[in-house]
Write a protein that binds this ligand. Sequence first.
Ligand code: UDP
Length: 370
Amino acid sequence: MNKGALVYDYLIVGAGWFGAVTAYELTKKGKRCLVIDKRSHIGGNSYTENVDDINVHKYGAHIFHTNDREVWEYVNQFADFNRYTNSPVADYHGEIYNLPFNMNTFHALWSVTTPVEAKAKIESQRMRITEPQNLEEMALSLVGTDIYEKLIKGYTEKQWGRKCSELPAFIIKRLPLRFTYDNNYFNDRYQGIPIGGYTQLFEKLLDGVEVKLNTQYKHDEFGAKKVIYSGAIDEYFDYRYGSLEYRSLQFENETLDIENYQGNAVVNYTSSEVPYIRIIEHKHFEFGKQEKTVITREFPKEWQKGEEPFYTVNDNKNTEKYKQYVDLANSEKNVIFGGRLGSYRYYDMWQVIKEALKTVEKEIGGENNE
Ligand code: UDP
């Protein structure tokens, strides 16, 4: 590449949260950015598509939640958020339980009515382990056998395609345990869905930024001083140390001629016999009253090269391999890696936004100090 022909300050690979937020911020600072994405749309996995007047979360449920006021105020600049509160229910062989594990769940499981009774029940089943080594041990020591068998084991093993005894314990920490009648899945202070879907929010972030869709990243193809890369870090380095592991998902969408299919946006199927992990009914994210409804079944599957990676598998083996890639990344002077795939982390949306804002701050701050 002829360095004299560098047109862009930044080539940003990926039009998801990391790419769109860095593009917005850098453009605001007067930098010339080009955003490319291999998909035919912006928004990454948060992309929503309007089907029969319903905003369909094309890559699975995306419920915005954060405890971080800065991030919450940030996203609210680009959309109005509704008061949606995630309160999924679990279906285990036709038995319905509220999530996260709370007094409603305990009552349905054991007919207990007070926190003291619920705690005593859990205490009688709890495994006593001081340092849980894996997800199974962590779950059994936190909630005991009934909840583990009915609501965790099948779901988790389907989602990750691995035994709970082979998964890292931190995954389960995402799921709170509560002794109040509170079905709010998240503990965060702020939560909601952008009214009208996520895509318009990304359109605002990328307003005035040059975007090329259906464009695969190839090293050195576009003249840019720096690259911001939110694709998979192992793919960037042509899998030099072998590929990291990911979980993928397959979605089956259906439009039904009924008004209300399951009465909730998210129903988890926690038994190992049902092949999908959940059914999403999209209209409920925005309290829709349309005559029809769109539902999506989510089937987890192992990722293979060429497929969409959705979840990173942050076990010891992959963590070690990722460190090798980080060493390579550190020697790649003009490339910044970020986002769920670039950082190989089980990030939520707000964490990616935070990471993107910090990245830009460092970039611009560094420049000011030069
Ligand atoms: N989980 C579970 N049962 C459920 C829902 C979640 O055991 O009904 C556990 C499971 O280990 C899962 C983790 O909690 O991997 C996080 O699940 P969540 O659905 O919150 O993750 P997401 O796919 O939305 O990132």
